[in-house]
Design a protein around this ligand. Structure first.
Ligand code: GLY
Ligand code: MN
Ligand code: MN
Length: 496
């Protein structure tokens, strides 16, 4: 009998999803002596007097706003679970944005629960508890024989440490399903992250009420607080450095493929942040016309444009989303520059339309108007511009919306209602991208040959301020002459 088989009864959550036991082909058996030996001889590493995380005050304020919206109801917000990538290896874990936003914690299997409480003065509120997996048990061998054992996955915070860090009472998540099954009163859960938790609530929740919770949490994130704006600026600053890295290695990319660009940017993202916020689009030549080109396996040729759409995600999950369309050689050809400058003009018009009180749609309309005008001027579509816009004829070449909210998701606040987002009004603290583009497919016979295979997008991250807007990505040149000068100095810095 192995020690693994002697593990005590697994708690509820583990019964539904059995804890993986490490199978080691080289050492299949564990003697009783070894099992006994592994129980002891370990130092006490409990950490005391931990400082709260940087956003502890903000997460408390966010929980308070959530509490006020759903008085008297139990709210369950799971982080989610690891997902298998292959056999016994998992994808890198990323906690649900709802959970991370409300706790600042990012641990797999974690769950935030807000229990309704009534204070002595009769006011109703909630008591928050963060449910987490505690430190691994050494007595039953879990810490070295279980797939979730700390010896395999790394040290976890104890529940007491988690309380200090997050300012939220912590409890053992393995006890939560039973508690939820026994709970009475109205309850809502954020769906789609933790099937085990949802199963425990299955006869207590409805899809409609759960959706209201998800929508509220998405709309809460439309206006960013000061911590979030700081994180977005950090994400953008790292992204700017990542773009500089790429320009410096364009020679190596020419000698290999777009993958060299992807890898170069990824290095910056992993060293300075958590990850890239989305698959980097490293699109050279005609690949720029494929909007989500993430295969990145094509050649990089001097004379072509490189459309690089990439963003670093910070350790707290805030991502930049920036695009520059760069001439691989360092200078734009005449036709490339003509198209680039048109997109720049459209972006300028779009950015100018971002201000508090403006309709969300205004910046899109402003950019589309400029692009439609250029297409008419170039004889690619019959005017007048008003007709083109009314029929949407410019969209053959503009293809996508001119931007979106930005935050913990690259396309942030996606569950927000139309009336609060797309049909809504801009407010200070919102952060959005402005990213017009023109794309002439390589096989588009309706345009002269010189246009074909050219795709240009320029994308910046814009904060709505009290009196207008601030371009968080202004450090990265946009105007074509500034891009050329910037590339020249970076290329020279490598040679020199
Ligand atoms: N990177 C995807 C987008 O710009 O929306
Ligand atoms: Mn974008
Ligand atoms: Mn983008």
């Amino acid at each position: 009998m192995t020690v693994a088989e002697e593990l005590p009864e697994t708690p509820e959550i583990a019964q539904e999803e059995p804890v993986k036991q490490r199978k080691n082909g080289l050492y299949p058996g564990v003697s009783d002596e070894l099992a006994e030996n592994m129980k002891s001889g370990w130092a006490d590493t409990e950490l005391h007097d931990l400082q709260p995380i940087a956003q502890a005050a903000e997460t408390r304020a966010r929980r308070a706003a959530l509490s006020a919206r759903f008085p008297g109801e139990r709210l369950v917000i799971p982080a989610g679970n690891l997902r298998t990538r292959s056999n016994d290896t998992d994808y890198a874990f990323r906690a649900s944005v709802e959970y991370a936003y409300l706790t600042g914690n990012q641990t797999e299997d974690g769950v935030l629960v807000l229990e309704p409480v009534t204070a002595a003065d009769g006011t109703s509120g909630h008591r928050a508890t963060i449910y987490l997996l505690p430190r691994s048990n050494r007595e039953n061998g879990e810490f070295w024989l279980s797939g979730q054992g700390e010896l395999w996955v790394g040290r976890r915070h104890s529940l007491a440490e988690a309380e200090q860090l997050h300012g939220i009472p912590a409890a053992d998540v393995r006890e939560l399903p039973e508690k939820l099954r026994e709970a009475t009163g109205p309850v809502r859960v954020v769906r789609g992250h933790d099937a085990g938790i949802e199963a425990a609530l299955t006869d207590k929740v409805t899809a409609e009420r759960d959706e209201e919770l998800r929508v509220f949490l998405s709309e809460m994130r439309l206006v960013k607080d000061a911590f979030e704006i700081g994180e977005l600026q950090k994400a953008v600053d790292s992204t700017v450095r990542g773009f500089e890295d790429v320009v410096k290695v364009l020679d190596q990319a020419e000698a290999t493929s777009e993958r060299y660009i992807e890898g170069t940017f990824f290095l910056r993202a992993r060293v300075e942040g958590n990850d890239v916020g989305y698959g980097s689009i490293c699109a050279a030549g005609p690949h720029a016309c494929t909007l989500h080109w993430v295969r990145n396996d094509g050649p990089v040729r001097s004379g072509d444009l490189l459309l690089l759409d990439a963003g670093v995600e910070t350790h707290t999950y805030y991502t930049a989303d920036v695009t520059r369309t760069l001439p691989v050689s360092g200078t734009y050809s005449e036709i490339q520059q003509k198209i680039y400058d048109a997109v720049y003009e459209a972006q300028e018009a779009g950015i100018a339309a971002v201000k508090p009180g403006a309709k969300y749609r205004d910046f899109h309309d402003a950019a589309q108007r400029v692009l439609a005008g250029k297409l008419v001027e170039w004889g690619l579509v019959e005017g007048p511009v008003e007709r083109v816009l009314e029929l949407g004829l410019q969209r053959r070449w503009t293809l996508h919306g001119t931007g979106h909210m930005l935050g913990m998701d690259v396309h942030d606040c996606a569950a927000a209602r139309t009336e609060t987002y797309v049909d809504g009004t801009l407010e200070p603290g919102m952060v959005l991208t402005v990213e017009p583009g023109l794309y002439f497919q390589a096989d588009d016979l309706t345009v002269p040959e010189e246009y074909r295979g050219i795709g240009v997008r320029i994308e910046d991250d814009i904060l709505v301020t009290q009196d207008g807007s601030r371009n968080l990505s202004a450090a990265l040149p946009r105007r074509s002459d500034e891009v050329v000068a910037w590339m020249a100095s970076l290329k020279a810095s490598v040679k020199g």
